[in-house]
Ligand binder design. Structure first.
Ligand code: PEP
Ligand code: MG
Length: 883
């Protein structure tokens, strides 16, 4: 079996396509070599050798040694040096290199092959003893740490001690003799601490380092990194052994890292840093402050230390040429490592560079404009979730973070304000022009006004589909939900964190993109919807098949969604409209009424309010489809709970407190989410549905006149499980439609459809589709009812499930493709069998989740609907799904 691939001297056995076998680093070294770029020769031990190592009780393959030896001979021939030689010793670097980049997984070993004798030879050969001893001490430090397992701080302490004794500030000030003294102390410490000698035999050193790379694949750091980034353990790591080139060979030598474009702004300008007379890890470790590569960057940074462009113009010119070439070759921004040895440039690494969301947009648009990639590729290269960063203020990455707790990143963006614990306080603060964060155990519909008034929302309970999370996302207000390590003491108005207690009025910052809760005010970066953003969206819109609508009920949300490109409303949750201002009391009056006549009297007061709400939505949407859902939540949600609230409401409605309390008690349900809600309300109290239908039709007639655009309302019945339920409600809607058309003389086209939120509805879709003209998958409830997991209580144990590997994803965030997804596929297929033009959409929170949107494309849905701030994400994800 072939375990070793060689590269060097303008030829390589592998190429960039062999990433799985050679790892990212090895494959790109081979590719650069094939391109004829100056790459020090080397060999790559393939990733399958790593698997062999673990499958065989941590033993390397038998024939590996011979293959490595043969490859070493080849490297010796190319470099004219010999491994372990006493005249011209070949030194090696040994590095790991997995298929996916895993930064910091395993440290590198440089200068391998040095010992008490080869160090002398190296000094002679280079004519620089100081350089040789400096390299040797680096080798002992790295090998002692990475291979022998002695903490690197042990070495640093010795070095600091010696520098202090000698009165040196910088490592570069130590002479050859002084380094020899440091090395003697290093070796002595290894002997004392580990009871063994530092190995002198280069062969032993090499196999020690190779073994350490393979062993590092299973170290705790690497295992954690893989879990966090979903990298399978079976991928294994490759090992790259390469001839050393020296950036620490005096002042004509240097080492550096660079990006072909600016990774934080995306600007098409070479960007990088280097150090003279140094080895690679000095740049990364930040021991010395690096210098700018280009003169332009040096001037911009105000540095008075020379750029590489000035200092080594020839090497710089060659490097710039290689950067251009590699970028064109890979058709992406590259992240490079290089070394200059006595004026000669060597390339040590290239890979696609990590970048900010803003840079990603700019680079993709620029490259498409330059003709390097197609518009479709540009669209495909943007991570939809990263757009969040661009639509909301974000915490300045340079800012200090004083984290006091964390919860779920429920609604993106960061916000700062003084703590308030009640919605009343939030509203009052807004009136006085103060910025506040509303902190609650959880929120309820009664908090809507407070949530609107607050800059951000923090709850200590509840998941990603909790009331706080859903409403905050809808409003585009940053929210952290379910921050379980924090405790709210409402009575004393305290927020108790691990170690700190904050009072009402104390300032906190929440980061709804990461879930962090921070003390004090933190500097922010404001969103910038630059031209690049618009271009990518335009290209995405040309590619996608599915429409993107929004979940919105307030005019502000609807307008925001339109500005983000929403193509209609996919879900208007009418119950939210009953919480505005004084309406809540009319609503309560209706709920508390003794009989139908009483209810109708209150509904008559609600009718004009609903009508004007709908008319405004129709006007904003100007002919685009608007789906309005009939009242859904259990009625007790509208009623007061605490004694205090009951007293207040009783006074406002002029009824007796005791009577109100009795009524509240009667409406109490043990399991309200499976109780008297959804279409069940419309069946118990058809007059409510009739009022809503009337408001919708009258508004449609009105809006048709004012906008001149045809308004085609889509009326949606929630929580249907039986066709008979839908039929009962639909008959009421149709009767009202007939009446309004007759009264207004305006012909109104409308659709009546249903949400699919119950497994029974999905399974009986072919029957329900006889009456339903569209289906909208309410995947929040469908997930809840399919799993039998409460969407409001799940976050506590779902995080345990994820930790223990029972599930990979919160099914309320990313659609459970296998289970809930199967029901969606069944319903779509059966529904369309009955009615082939059945309109299909999704309006659960999953409608804004990129992976779930891919599923919707495959399932053949016509549109996704999501909260306004997710509309651009959904547009992009839908395009990628169709690409
Ligand atoms: C759903 O259940 O997915 C849905 C959109 O309705 P709601 O979240 O209002 O229950
Ligand atoms: Mg629902």
């Amino acid at each position: 079996e072939k375990w070793v691939y060689t590269f060097g001297g303008g030829r390589a056995e592998g190429s960039a396509g062999d990433r799985n076998l050679l790892g990212g680093k090895g494959a790109n070294l081979a590719e650069m070599c094939n391109l004829g770029l100056p790459v020090p020769p080397g060999l790559t031990i393939v990733t399958s050798a790593c698997n062999h190592y673990y499958d065989n009780g941590r033993r390397l393959p038998d024939d590996l040694k011979d293959q490595v030896r043969a490859a070493l001979r080849q490297m010796e021939a190319i470099t004219g040096r010999l491994f372990g030689d006493m005249a011209k010793p070949l030194l090696l670097s040994v590095r790991s290199g997995a298929r996916a980049s895993m930064p910091g997984m395993m440290d590198t070993v440089l200068n391998l092959g040095l010992n008490d004798r080869t160090v002398e030879a190296l000094g002679h050969d280079a004519g620089d003893a100081r350089f040789a001893w400096d390299s040797y001490r680096r080798f002992i430090q790295m090998y002692g740490d990475v291979v022998m397992g002695l903490d690197h701080e042990v070495f640093e302490e010795i070095l600091e001690d010696e520098k202090g004794r000698l009165g040196h500030e910088q490592d570069t000030e130590l002479s050859a003799v002084e380094w020899q003294h440091v090395i003697a102390r290093y070796k002595e410490t290894i002997r004392e601490e580990l009871g063994e000698e530092f190995p002198q035999d280069p062969e032993v050193q090499l196999w020690g380092a190779i073994g350490a790379v393979f062993a590092s694949w299973m170290n705790a750091r690497a295992v954690t990194y893989r879990t966090l980034h979903s990298i399978p353990a079976v991928w294994g790591t490759a090992v790259n052994v390469q001839a050393m080139v020296f950036g620490n060979l005096g002042n004509s030598s240097a080492t550096g890292v660079a990006f072909t474009r600016n990774p934080s702004t995306g600007e098409n300008k070479l960007y990088g840093e280097f150090l003279v007379n140094a080895q690679g890890e000095d740049v990364v470790a930040g021991i010395r402050t690096p210098q700018n590569i280009t003169e332009e960057a040096r001037i911009a940074s105000g540095s008075d230390r020379p750029s590489l462009e000035k200092l080594m113009p020839e090497a710089f010119a060659e490097f710039r040429g290689i950067c251009d070439r590699l970028e064109r070759h890979y058709r992406d921004m590259q992240d490079l490592e290089f070394t200059i040895e006595r004026g000669k440039l060597w390339m040590l690494q290239t890979r696609s560079g990590k970048r900010t969301a803003k840079a990603a947009l700019k680079i993709a648009v620029d490259m498409a404009t330059e003709g390097l990639i197609s518009e479709g590729e540009a669209v495909a290269r943007i991570d939809p979730a990263s757009l969040d960063q661009l639509l909301h203020p974000t915490i300045d990455p340079r800012a200090r973070r004083d984290v006091i707790g964390s919860g779920l990143p429920a609604s993106p963006g960061a916000a700062t304000g003084a703590i308030v614990f009640t919605s009343e306080d939030a509203v009052q603060a807004q009136e006085e022009g103060r910025k506040v964060i509303l902190v609650r155990i959880e929120t309820s519909p009664e908090d809507i006004h407070g949530m609107h008034a607050a800059e951000g929302i923090l709850t200590t309970r509840g998941g990603m589909t909790s009331h706080a999370a859903v409403v905050a996302r809808g409003m585009g207000t940053p929210c952290v939900s379910g921050a379980g390590t924090l405790r709210v003491d409402l009575r004393n108005e305290l927020l108790i964190a691990h170690g700190v207690t904050l009072k009402k009025g104390d300032v906190i910052t929440i980061d709804g993109s990461s879930g962090q809760v921070l003390k004090g005010e933190i500097p922010m970066l404001q969103p910038e919807l630059s031209g690049d953003f618009g271009r990518i969206m335009e290209w995405a819109d040309r590619t996608r098949r599915m429409k993107v609508r929004t979940n919105a009920e307030t005019p502000a949300d609807a307008r925001a969604a339109r500005s983000f490109g929403a193509e209609g409303i996919g879900l208007c949750r009418t119950e939210h409209m009953f919480f505005e201002g004084s309406r809540i009391n009319v609503m309560r009056e209706m709920i508390l009424a003794e009989d139908e006549a009483g209810r109708r009297a209150s509904l008559a007061k609600l009718l004009p309010m609903q009508r004007s709400d709908f008319a405004e939505l129709f006007e904003i949407m100007h002919g685009l489809p608007v789906t309005i859902r009939l009242l859904d939540p259990p009625l007790h949600e509208f009623l007061p709970k605490s004694d205090e609230e009951i007293a207040e409401v009783a006074a406002a409605l002029a009824i007796e407190e005791a009577a109100l309390r009795r009524r509240v008690d009667t409406l109490h349900e043990f399991n309200p989410m499976l109780g008297h809600r959804g279409c069940r309300l419309a069946i118990s109290y058809p007059e409510i549905a009739e009022m809503q239908a009337r408001a919708i039709f009258e508004a449609a007639a009105e809006a048709a006149k004012t906008t001149g655009a045809a308004v085609e309302p889509e009326i949606m019945v929630p929580l249907v499980g039986l066709k008979a339920e839908l039929d009962y409600v639909k008959a009421r809607i149709e009767a009202v439609a007939k009446a309004v058309i007759a009264e207004t003389g305006v012909a109104i086209n409308y659709l009546v459809g249903t949400m699919i939120e119950l497994p029974r509805a999905a399974l009986r879709a072919h029957v329900i589709a006889e009456s339903a003209e569209f289906f909208s998958f309410g995947t929040n409830d469908l997930t809840q009812t399919t799993f039998g997991i409460s969407r409001d209580d799940a976050s506590a144990f779902l995080s345990t499930y994820i930790q223990k590997g029972i599930i990979e994803q919160d099914p309320f965030v990313q659609l459970d493709f296998d289970g809930v997804g199967e029901l969606i596929r069944i319903a779509a297929e059966r529904g369309r069998r009955t009615r082939n033009d059945l309109k299909l959409g999704i309006c659960g929170e999953h409608g804004g989740d990129p992976a779930s949107i891919h599923f919707c494309e495959e399932a053949g849905l016509d549109y996704v609907s999501c909260s306004p701030f997710r509309v651009p994400i959904a547009r992009l994800a839908a395009a990628q799904a169709a690409f």
